[in-house]
Design a binder for this molecule. Structure first.
Ligand code: KG4
Ligand code: ZN
Length: 425
């Protein structure tokens, strides 16, 4: 089946079309988990430059930008997928009225929408998947309403997707060179996934450990009690005078500090990280018995530290970034290791924007091969780490055969900013 997927949960407007092969509803052992995907079209427009001056994502602005970008992105993606065929499409009055109602709260979108759909054939796709949560509700609504309007005009199945499930599946998908060649198209495969899967989801809004005991059924193992880890990166970056988003900025400074220490060549990386820095930040809840996290104290510790350094220089910023990143990584690893032991998970997945972090990726790879050699570690490729629509299509494929139910949600296609994958048992 061909799925058109739409993602607008935060500050990226993304659309992708995937050809999906496999039987997502198979009850034959692991059959339902196996599928191959060809990315026929994929486009993403990041709003980071627009939100930068506000130091974070500004929901009303995100909504406006999504509304402006959706039609041009859809056109580009259909074209790339060779599914765009010009034709005049007469839209019956009553359908036009319903669609106008659906899009009434998305100023600027209605006119572009009608202009586009009345000039092209219904594309050869089977379903439209859209993120219904979690995320910023005004931003989510634009994508949902756009998807609803398209599904109505083109008479397609509508599938609501949980954004976090998308992050998990993106991590489980591997680039494939075995599937038939489709020119330069990206081929992905999900197969051989050994259950249970433990997922560490780390993004701007989430920090949680989720267990998938049965395929696509989730149990919450641990979560942050205050700030999400990406939020902590962004806030600390702001305190250091670095632009939004802060994660990549902190990572850059921390890596510079590691490199300059290595250049000094006096101590190995491990030893220097234990003893070499005069700056020591706390590792909140690291020794607690739960798999929950807390990052607010770490952020406050940086704030107090900065008060003692009024004229901070670049080197001191690098030091703080380095120690902050080490503290976060230590906590993430310790809790993940604890959860792996408690659950006996055979597969570990790391997903969400923060999983782009070089240091976190490196530490997890090293520690897994040393301490849990039988656990298979899955981290998404760089392209699939940040929010994108490919991951929404992957989840949409598996959800399409499950009565359009988003994980943890309802079939009503409403935006749910707090949609969660699982409740604590
Ligand atoms: O998943 P995502 O793209 O959006 C949300 O759903 O939140 O995650 C965005 C978060 C931001 O907080 C950003 O600072 C963080 O991911 N991030 C990073 C890195 N790249 C992005 N954090 C640490 N290191 C990075 N390299
Ligand atoms: Zn995300």
């Amino acid at each position: 089946m061909k799925i058109l997927a739409i993602e607008t949960s935060c500050d990226e407007t993304a659309i992708a079309i995937l050809k999906c092969e496999g039987d997502p509803s198979s009850t034959l052992g692991a059959g339902e988990r196996n599928a191959t995907f060809t990315v026929l079209g994929n486009a993403l427009l990041s709003q980071i430059e627009i939100h930068k001056e506000y130091g974070g994502v500004f929901p009303a602005l995100a909504k406006r930008e999504h509304a402006k970008n959706l039609v041009p992105i859809l056109e580009a993606v259909l074209e790339e997928a060779e599914l765009l065929h010009e034709d005049t499409q007469a839209i019956p009055e009553e359908v036009r009225a319903t669609v106008s109602e659906i899009l009434a709260r998305e100023p600027g979108l209605t006119e572009a929408f009608f202009e586009f759909v009345s000039e092209c054939e219904t594309p050869d796709i089977d379903a439209i998947a859209v993120t219904s949560g979690p995320g910023l509700e005004p931003a989510l609504w634009v994508g949902i309403n756009f998807a609803k309007a398209l599904a109505l005009i083109w008479n397609k199945q509508l599938v609501a997707v949980n954004h976090m499930e998308g992050h998990i599946l993106a991590a489980l998908a591997k680039e494939s060179t075995n599937t038939p060649p489709f020119g330069t198209r990206l081929n992905l495969v999900i197969n051989g996934v050994e259950l249970p899967v433990l997922a560490l989801l780390i993004s701007g809004g989430h920090t949680e450990l989720v267990l998938m005991k049965e395929w696509l059924e989730y149990e919450l193992i641990g979560q942050t009690r205050d700030d999400a880890v990406g939020e902590a990166f962004d806030k600390v970056a702001r305190m250091l005078g670095l632009p939004y988003p802060g994660g990549p900025e902190i990572s850059r400074l921390a890596e510079q500090n590691r490199a300059s220490r290595r250049r000094l060549g006096t101590v190995s990386e491990g030893a220097e990280e234990e003893h070499g820095s005069a700056i020591i930040l706390p590792r909140p809840m690291i020794d607690s018995m739960t798999c929950d996290f807390s990052f607010a104290g770490l952020k406050t510790a940086v704030l107090y530290l900065l008060k003692k350094i009024p004229d901070i220089n670049e080197k001191e910023k690098q030091h703080i970034a380095h120690e902050f990143e080490n503290a976060v990584t230590d906590v993430l690893w310790k809790k993940t290791a604890q959860a792996l032991k408690e659950t006996g998970a055979k597969t570990l997945v790391i997903g969400g924007g923060v999983s782009a972090n070089t240091h976190i990726r490196r530490v997890f790879k090293e520690n897994i091969s040393r301490e849990f050699p039988d656990v298979s570690l899955n981290i998404p490729s760089a392209e699939l780490t940040t929010d994108n629509a490919i991951m929404i299509a992957l989840a949409g494929f598996y959800r399409a055969s499950r009565q359009s139910q988003p994980a943890g949600g309802s079939t009503d296609f409403i935006a749910n900013g707090n949609l969660s994958l699982a409740k604590k048992p």
